[in-house]
Design a protein. Structure first.
Length: 312
């Protein structure tokens, strides 16, 4: 029996010995390299391109008065407003096409004014958004006056044609027009070099003449049915009212109603003539209107839905 001094020193196992022991079936599949692999020299890391900036999310709307002299953040929105000092007892807000205007007594500090704005921030932001949308709708309704421009007329599309052979303005109707193709053309006795102002003025004058003839005919029709007497019918250019009636029997109707279909025009005419019997908006008044316009709610909705083109 050999002594411990004669025992061979324990053999160091390599990685490949461990693999052979663990996976006998793979014996011989791995061979240790005869020479150690050269150690690669360390290289400075290559410069990496900067990471792209994250895509910006939707930015909050900013609302600024045309003459803003102060600014405040309401929620996620930055709001520039015009501050006026006035002889009044409380802080007042007004929102128009120019933006938010604030009127405050001279003795009220800026801190109190800004707190009042924060307290009303929901209402202010909602009205500012409505005003912005109204401005977009108005801009979309603006007409560019040139040969071939179009505008709504009695619920249809009317194409403007510059025709030096025509006299004044002449409406042509093509009953054989293909579906989807406007059948109405308004021929203006103007040269191709006519300015936008000349085209606009000629079209507007023609619309007003047509409005007077149509409105007088519809007033006569509904006056007979309602048993009222119209003493005078005048055209109106009001921006916010389609018509009005006076106790003396005079009626005013907005000539821009010519952009709507006849059913809407009839509703407005009947509405104003009904006031000659009921000078209010009581249930009795609406019964008078409904007696000649049974579907008045539907026609009222049609009056509110479209954007009336800007001819100015």
């Amino acid at each position: 029996m050999a002594s411990s001094r004669d025992a061979a020193p324990p053999r160091q196992m390599s990685l490949f010995d461990l693999i052979d022991a663990a996976f006998p079936s793979l014996t011989g599949a791995f061979t240790a390299p005869s020479t150690p692999a050269p150690v690669a020299r360390s290289q400075p890391p290559a410069a990496q391109p900067p990471a792209p900036a994250p895509a910006p999310g939707p930015r909050p709307f900013d609302y600024t008065h045309a003459k803003a002299d102060r600014e405040i953040r309401l929620g996620d929105c930055r709001v520039g407003y015009l501050l006026r000092r006035a002889r009044r007892k409380s802080i007042g807000f007004s929102i128009g096409p120019d933006g938010l205007a604030v009127s405050a007594p001279r003795w009220v500090g800026i801190g109190d004014i800004e707190q009042a704005l924060r307290d009303k921030s929901g209402w202010i932001l909602r009205k500012l958004a409505e005003q912005r949308e109204r401005g977009r709708r108005l801009e979309a309704a603006r007409i560019e006056w040139h040969d071939g421009t179009s505008l709504p007329y009695l619920g249809e599309t009317l194409i403007v044609v510059l025709d030096p052979r025509a006299t004044g303005a002449r409406l042509n109707s093509d009953a054989q027009a293909l579906p989807g193709v406007p059948r109405l053309t308004l021929h203006l006795g103007l040269p191709q070099s006519a300015t936008p102002e000349q085209i606009r003025d000629t079209v507007q004058a023609w619309l007003q003449r047509e409005a007077r003839k149509l409105f007088e005919a519809r007033c006569a029709h509904f006056a007979q049915r309602l048993g009222v007497r119209v003493t005078r019918m005048r055209l109106s250019s009001a921006q916010t009212r389609w018509g009005s009636a006076s106790a003396d029997g005079s009626i005013r109707l907005n000539w821009r109603l010519m952009h709507f279909g006849l059913s809407v025009i009839d509703y407005v005419v009947a509405h104003e003539l009904a006031h000659l019997r009921e000078m209010n908006h009581s249930p009795a008044f609406w019964e008078v209107v409904r007696s000649v316009i049974p579907d008045l709610e539907e026609r009222k909705a049609q009056l509110r839905s479209p954007v009336v083109p800007l001819l100015d």
